[in-house]
Design a protein around this ligand. Sequence first.
Ligand code: SF4
Ligand code: SF4
Length: 383
Amino acid sequence: MEKIYIREKVIVSDMDKYLKPEFIYIPIDNTKYSLGDYIHKNDVINENIYSPISGYVSEETYKYIDDKKTKCMVIENDYKDKKRNNNYVFNKEKFFATLKSSNLIDSYDKYDIKYLVINAIDIEPYIFSKRVYINNYTSNILSIIDKIMGKLNISKSILAVVDNRLYNNLINYIGTYPNIKIVKVNNYYPVSNNKILLKELFGFTYKKTSLEKSVWVLDLLSLIDIVSIMKNNTLKNEKIITIGGIGIKNTIIIVKIGTSLREIIKYLGGYKMSDISITIGGPLTGKQIDNDDIIITKDITSIIITKNKSISEKKCISCSRCNSVCPVDLVPVFIMKNINNKDNLKKLNINKCINCGLCSYICPSSINLRNYIIKAKEVIDNE
Ligand code: SF4
Ligand code: SF4
């Protein structure tokens, strides 16, 4: 595999906060609440969505989640952060149940965790959320990791980073925490992917080994939820996202899930130009959307605003670069060429794809191979 090494510099260092939104928007399906109801902070509104504010349900409206128009309830913030009485006492079984239902841990049994691996590597180039977060809250983060290890009797943990400056900074703090090891791994994309990271750290193959079963890989940015689950058995429902591009203030911002992107952009001073293009997600795997009437969901890691320009695909020149960069040894060009041949697609191990987008990025003909892989998965799944 040809490795794509990353040499970008972190272009922001401070964090913004937008934690007092006027309204929160939550998808209306599967909820017991309706117009006029009072919602307490941390009430469960929808599957795994806890209200991050208190206030009345003031109306119903449509907002976009990704590119899907979705009916949402609007909770008008009364800025009181009223909570129900909560005498929650930490309980390991409930803790694990909440982790599993929130996808913070794999489905198999992890009661006997030997290693806690904190993945502090930003998900894509030009996304800086984890690096800025760790730089701003280094000692808090180490203390949280130490607390999690204490509660779950985990004796070893690894904090994996790629950035030299961050590594040196962490080493200055680590003396107080002898059971946390800081490991600097090679800075190539997509080492941020948990499977690739485990391979880099322990040499795992993609098969589940017994050692892999006793490793819990936790995303650094999930620590805020873990603390909340330990204290109240609820998710914090806040997100740390990178907002950047040439059309907006570049920043790392902490916001509540359910906040309107328009409200956040207004808070950041608006757009710096017209005729913009909005990408939800990073430069390699992000998705262009047509409008900014969207709400922040737990899956959004970054928002990039750039000048609108259309890219046209050209003919494949059979250079094979897409094949040589694929970190899981797929043959993307072959998948594209067999997109209408289900029998051939089934033989191509498409489920191994980790959606990294490298094949599309490297293609000199600007072919969006990643979209072909997504389509191929649908073709196989819709048998
Ligand atoms: S998106 Fe999938 S097929 Fe393309 S390079 Fe990444 S893993 Fe390979
Ligand atoms: S990188 Fe693009 S042009 Fe080259 S083989 Fe793959 S699809 Fe064809």
